[in-house]
Design a protein around this ligand. Structure first.
Ligand code: GRF
Length: 203
């Protein structure tokens, strides 16, 4: 399956996907990277690996929807089967989400439905949870809300601050995202209505 990655920053999850995709048995290849942020480190990393990487900055667009239309168009140049959001820090509008329904997935640094939105590690510590983690889900119109495909849990340790906890979660993300993408690419996890259906789960 052809996969395009949308990112805004560091791009470590994209690197994890690239590493997984370098194995011949992996069911997906990263064919393009798109960012709204020209200085995203992920763009430079992708180019250095010979992956086509383009920037569609939001500047100059009158609305979020217009920017998303340009993003959609740039994305379609890659002819992707699946779009992976990996630290794409912009909320997507209805049209683009609908167009990619069941074929667009996101990684979020919490065990959803706990802590959607930003600053998840600080909020997890404030809340005093003892288990934290990350989730990969199908993208729906509501941010960080779509049907869950896979999750990984990590312990919260007494001495943790947001940085140490975030690092532990990030390590889990780098294992989880390639696994979740492979489920979707193999058709073993599919969006049906508002549920994820897993192949081989007795139905
Ligand atoms: C990750 O924590 C991801 O879960 C969140 O944004 C961060 C992106 O990090 N959505 P990176 O750009 O993949 O390094």
């Amino acid at each position: 399956k052809r996969v395009a990655v949308l990112l805004s920053g560091r791009g470590s999850n994209m690197e994890a996907l690239l590493a997984a995709a370098s194995s011949p048995e992996y069911p997906a290849e990263i064919v393009g990277v798109l960012s709204n942020n020209a200085s995203a480190r992920g763009l430079a990393t992708a180019r250095a690996r010979g992956i086509e990487a383009v920037c569609v900055p939001q500047k100059g667009f009158k609305s979020r929807a217009e920017h998303d239309a340009a993003v959609s168009e740039a994305l379609s140049e890659f002819s992707p089967d699946i779009v992976c959001l990996a630290g794409y820090m912009r909320v997507l509008t209805a049209d683009i989400v609908t167009a990619w329904a069941g074929r667009m997935i996101n990684i979020h640094p919490s065990l959803l439905p706990a802590f959607p939105g930003l600053d998840t590690h600080r909020r997890a510590l404030e809340m005093g949870v003892l288990i934290h983690g990350c989730s990969v889900h199908f993208v729906t119109e509501k941010t960080d809300d779509g049907p869950i495909i896979a999750q990984a849990a990590v312990p919260v340790l007494p001495e943790d601050d947001a940085e140490t906890l975030g690092q532990r979660v990030l390590t889990a993300e780098h294992r989880l995202y390639p696994m979740a993408l492979s489920l979707v690419a193999r058709g073993e996890a599919r969006l049906e209505g508002d549920r994820t259906v897993f192949a081989g789960a007795g139905g």
